[in-house]
Write a protein that binds this ligand. Structure first.
Ligand SMILES: CC(C)(COP(=O)(O)OP(=O)(O)OC[C@H]1O[C@@H](n2cnc3c(N)ncnc32)[C@H](O)[C@@H]1OP(=O)(O)O)[C@@H](O)C(=O)NCCC(=O)NCCS
Length: 192
């Protein structure tokens, strides 16, 4: 596990809430960003796919099906999303995707990304009572790979996982167990 580092001094609490129809504009803008699409998707998304995805986010109900989507706000500003997929209530695991929406935050050296991971872990382990979360990150996504190493363990490399215009790209699988999250919180002296 990587060494602890101080959290951002920002006093603006990060909150996770469900997506509302009034959020469609901002989420549409984020999902249309080619660099975010390349980071998150196997293929470019069409406008119709983006609309379908947004409706899917809005309808998602982690307790009724296998999906759970949350919009993240800092102050009242929307800053990103957490998306749980394939929630398995028997084995108590799920895949998680996280992203920072506004480019200005994705380029900055704030600790927003780390705080988003903590929020995702809090929802997964403290609210859902899951035992494991895992995430897929593409090999060209160096910053996101680095960010995942902060809190999660690299468990697998899927070679030539996705076809791009310029050849095949690897995907890395990261995992985190509930007890690892709690130990990490204790080591960092962070209270959920
Ligand atoms: C995943 C995400 C939310 C993390 O946020 P973040 O702001 O990048 O996270 P952090 O600032 O905590 O960590 C970034 C790390 O990458 C490092 N970094 C920054 N730019 C880098 C680069 N070009 N190459 C390699 N490392 C880089 C930072 O120094 C930091 O490392 P450190 O913690 O060892 O200092 C954000 O990167 C994102 O939205 N990515 C695009 C969407 C995505 O790929 N989501 C994951 C799919 S599951």
């Amino acid at each position: 596990m990587a060494a602890a580092r101080p959290l951002s001094q920002s006093s603006r609490t990060l909150i996770a809430r469900r997506l509302l129809p009034s959020d469609r504009g901002i989420v549409r803008q984020w999902l249309s960003d080619p660099s975010l699409q390349r980071a998150m998707e196997d293929e470019r998304m069409t406008k119709a796919e983006i609309e379908r995805r947004i409706r899917h986010y809005e309808r998602s109900d982690p307790f009724a099906d296998e999906w759970g989507s949350y919009l993240l706000e800092m102050g009242l500003e929307p800053v990103g999303m957490i998306h749980f997929m394939w929630i398995n209530w028997t084995s108590r695991n799920a895949e998680v995707d996280t992203f920072i929406g506004p480019q200005k935050f994705r380029d900055s050296l704030s600790t927003l990304g780390f705080r988003i991971f903590l929020k995702a872990a809090e929802i997964a382990f403290d609210q859902f009572g899951l035992n494991k979360v895992y995430a897929f990150v593409y090999g060209s996504n160096l910053r996101t790979l680095q960010a995942h190493k902060r809190l999660m363990t690299l468990e697998a490399r899927l070679k030539n996982y996705v076809k791009r215009e310029d050849g095949y790209e690897d995907a890395y699988v990261f995992g985190m167990l509930a007890h690892e999250y709690r130990e990490s919180m204790r080591a960092r002296n962070i209270r959920a």
